[in-house]
Design a protein around this ligand. Sequence first.
Ligand SMILES: Cc1ncc(COP(=O)(O)O)c(C=O)c1O
Length: 437
Amino acid sequence: MEKLAILGGKKSINCVYGKDWPPIDDIDRSYVLASLEGENHKWGPNCVAFEKEFAAWNGNEYAITTNSGTAALHMAVAACECGVGDEIIVPAYSWSSSATCVIHHNAIPKFVDVDFYSMNIDVNKIEDAITSKTKAIIVVHLHGNPVNMDKVIEIARKYNLRVIEDACQAHGAKYKNKKVGRWGDCAAFSTNQNKCLVSGEGGLFVTDDEEIYKRALQLWSFGEIRTPMENRDFHAYALGWMYRNNDLTAAFGRAQLTKLDHYIEVQRQNAQVLIEELKDIKALILPLEEDDHYHNYYNFTCKIDMDHLGYKKNHDQVRNTIVKALQEEGAPVSMYQVFILPAMTVFRAQNAYGKGCPWSCPHQQEIKYEPERYPVAQKYCDTHFGTVWPLRAPNGEEAARAVAGAIKKVFANLDQLDFSKEWELEDYESRETLLKL
Ligand SMILES: Cc1ncc(COP(=O)(O)O)c(C=O)c1O
């Protein structure tokens, strides 16, 4: 029996496998400095080139570079003509903006529970949520694991619905050998610093449909119909936003794009090491890569098998205790979202832009957000934890083995832990933690 670090034992990991992402080299420096020395620091030639290069990399006809993945999601909702009186299907577990993008365009998110193993929308529950008001399905390729798109497209065709892919975490992930972002009517990618493709902050909207592309462009830039590279007439033809990217950011994104295939390969290799090392831990449910699915391992998220451990309740507290023990071992692990979407106040209060809108709209039928209707999402929420940075380049096998070592140590010594205690956990995204690293 090895004494756990949380109880004063020796730490498993004594060096930092923390946020050193993305690695910066001369390619990044040359692109960014060239932009800096150029004339355009707003929307410029690097933006145009980034769009072309990303569209070619992903296999789409059109790409629009944006200032966030959230902006690209909102553009997708608008471009699919979702609006007042429409319901849009969204998984009950994701990042908040996978669903808030719907409210921004006066439509209503309707949640569907997730599948515990894939962590994605449960494709077998989508049809039950469809009403005469349903206009679109938003799927999220969560953690870089692609959704079963055959089933989603089949349902969408049957009910004449649009499909929007939230591919913010899923650059390079594939279903049936076809990249995400090519399955639905349009898709959104994020390029913030946590993502596999980084430009600092930013995003990309992609589609193969010219009409969808044009509608997205209107929302993107003040409701205008000419792009900033054309002879603008500065006329707002529709309600628009200012979702454009800038040249410096796009230059950084272009440089990173030249390395993206390599990054994904490293993530996949490191994930395989983790899987191999951890496969014998009975209380751990490892991430799944089903047949026909190509995971990009944006992160490596596991679930604790509470049935195996014999815990019938307080799953989040048991999980938090284990995560605390892992963090004390020096393992950079933490949770993704600890609230399911229907439990978030923004939805439950039904008061997005005040006075009950858009739920109070006369075109809308009543809808209630009852978190207890999404038990799988809640179970997933309460039992998961994961790791990100050790998977990422330039970290190799050594980092994956070190993290696996800490996990094996803690799971072999769970009887040392006091599961009745509540813990303050470190969030590996937080400023304080990054400063400590
Ligand atoms: C699944 C998902 N959707 C949407 C977003 C929003 O992207 P961004 O932060 O670039 O707005 C993120 C990332 O934060 C995400 O992980």
